[in-house]
Ligand binder design. Structure first.
Ligand SMILES: Nc1ncnc2c1ncn2[C@@H]1O[C@H](COP(=O)(O)OP(=O)(O)OP(=O)(O)O)[C@@H](O)[C@H]1O
Ligand SMILES: [Zn+2]
Length: 482
């Protein structure tokens, strides 16, 4: 397969249009391209394809850079930091495209087309009714200078079309899909410059990759059919052709590809919800790429384990359960101080000063998102609501049990082991029968972190008050032991 880079000079890129907030599909495509570059010690660049001016307000550009950085992707060249092959915003490169248009026109490989949208629609309708695939029939291919001048004088603004060779087959290698063959006669001459002077996607994208010395293009499968046209443009201009790999699109729950246009869940939404970038990286890196390591990997290990031949062709679906699995792993990979930094914006003022680290140590295995930690802070330091099964666990034991629980707690000076040992001896309860009602009364839940770690946070005073409140609930006498 054509592949002219060695791992030493590999250069890949992410080239989004700043037309909305990045979604997980964009993020995964960016991640694969970045992992390929970083894994090979190559170069990674960011280029903004902002030629759709109506849909590219500045807020999206800023958000895009911010989201990528948060996600953990860095770039060696880009709109914010420049580089040897800039500028990195396509709207700043119009003069560059102009030179290449002129070259194609003067060598006869591109020509002005004056057909109106109505003309083209009519042509397509005829082709369709004849059972043919619609393509440009070449009406303006052979206009002479006089005919062109006449149309210009009438005020018609032409598009510029690429002249596709009439015969032959183009072989397009793809790192994911293998080789595909295209009959050139089927392609039809295509627009490379719109009538308003703006570059067509195919053109600017292909020219920029070549001029920026990108030799590996990993992008979404939505661009698969653009590739033959792009290779034709590059060949006509004598520019190098990169290796292409098209990644299966990430689909939403409705089975449709995620798209900025249709408001797919964005990276920034997940960030706001408290998902960690490392969780998203581990999740997305494995979505359509096989790693032999099944555990949590840091960015360096993800890059080292990345291999183009491990990319799958199967479509991938966004799966919240998988994301939560990696979120759990990512939280556990942090040390206590880092967990606190992550929680602090939501928890400041909710955890008494000095108890931050013991609190983190106690609850960290039980939290996926900062909201979970907020709930545990309320259960430790506030007034926890009792869940229905906790009420059941509390009322399932006699009021005497609760009196003894209070007395033994006081006698043990708040020491968890001494307390529960004494209570076990006095009540005859052990194991779950002992700990479940205690947990229910102290936290309002029947599950959660180790009680031994929670008790010092709750403190003796609050614990006594909660045991006292438990004693005041009418018991459902199902047992006679204390
Ligand atoms: N659902 C998806 N799954 C994987 N990659 C995607 C998906 N959608 C887009 N991409 C890829 O993300 C990169 C950036 O694309 P682009 O900025 O055009 O995003 P988009 O979501 O297609 O936006 P729009 O809806 O504005 O077309 C491209 O390589 C594109 O192929
Ligand atoms: Zn025409």
């Amino acid at each position: 397969m054509a592949q002219y880079y060695t791992t030493m000079n590999l250069k890949s890129r992410f080239a989004p249009s700043p037309t909305g907030y990045l979604h997980l599909g964009n993020a995964r495509t960016a991640l694969f391209a970045w992992l390929a570059a970083r894994g090979a010690g190559g170069t990674f660049i960011l280029r903004l394809e902002d030629t759709d001016q109506q849909r590219s307000p500045e807020i999206y550009e800023r958000a895009l850079l911010e989201d990528l950085r948060w996600f953990g992707i860095d770039w060696d060249e880009g709109p914010d930091r420049g580089g040897d092959h800039g500028p990195y915003r396509q709207m700043e490169r119009l003069a560059v495209y102009g030179r290449y248009y002129a070259h194609l026109q003067s060598s006869g490989q591109a020509y002005a087309c004056y057909c109106s949208a109505d003309d083209l629609a009519a042509e397509r309708a005829v082709q369709r009714s004849a059972g043919k695939a619609p393509r440009y029939g070449g009406r303006c291919r052979h206009l002479d200078a006089a005919a062109r001048a006449e149309r210009e004088a009438a005020g018609l603004l032409p598009t510029l079309r690429f002249r596709v060779p009439d015969q032959g087959t183009l072989t397009v290698p793809d790192l994911v899909w293998g080789e595909r063959h295209y009959a050139l006669a089927d392609l039809g001459d295509f627009v490379i410059r719109r009538s308003d002077g703006s570059p067509a996607f195919f053109f600017a994208n292909a020219v920029d990759d070549a001029l920026m010395e990108v030799n590996l293009v990993l992008r979404g499968e939505d661009h698969l059919t653009n590739t033959p046209r792009q290779i034709l443009i590059l060949q006509a201009l004598g520019l190098p052709v990169p290796a292409y790999g098209h990644l299966p699109l990430l689909l939403g729950a409705d089975g449709q590809p995620l798209s900025k246009r249709y408001g797919a869940a964005s990276l920034r939404d997940l960030r706001k919800d408290g998902y960690l970038a490392a969780a998203l990286r581990n999740y997305l890196a494995r979505l359509g790429h096989h790693y032999s390591a099944t555990g949590f990997l840091d960015s360096r290990a993800l890059a080292q384990g990345f291999a183009l031949n491990q990319i799958s062709r199967a479509p991938s679906h966004f799966d919240m359960v998988q994301l939560q699995h990696w979120q759990h792993e990512a939280v556990q990979s942090l040390d206590d101080a880092a967990v606190w930094n992550w929680l602090a914006p939501l928890l400041r003022g909710k955890v008494p000063m000095g108890l931050e680290m013991p609190f983190v140590a106690a609850v960290r295995a039980n939290i996926l998102l900062p909201g979970d930690a907020l709930d545990w802070a309320e259960r430790c330091f506030g007034a926890p609501a009792l869940a229905a099964d906790a009420v059941e666990a509390i009322t399932g034991v006699s009021p005497e049990f609760w009196s003894v629980a209070q007395a033994t707690l006081q006698a043990s000076g708040g020491d968890y082991r001494r307390w529960t040992k004494a209570l076990q001896q006095a009540s005859g309860r052990r194991g779950k029968a002992l700990f479940m009602p205690l947990r229910a009364a102290l936290t309002g839940l029947t599950h959660g972190p180790e009680l031994a770690a929670l008790l010092p946070l709750i403190g003796e005073e609050r614990a006594l008050a909660r045991l006292h409140a438990a004693a005041r609930r009418p018991s459902t006498p199902i047992e006679t032991t204390l």
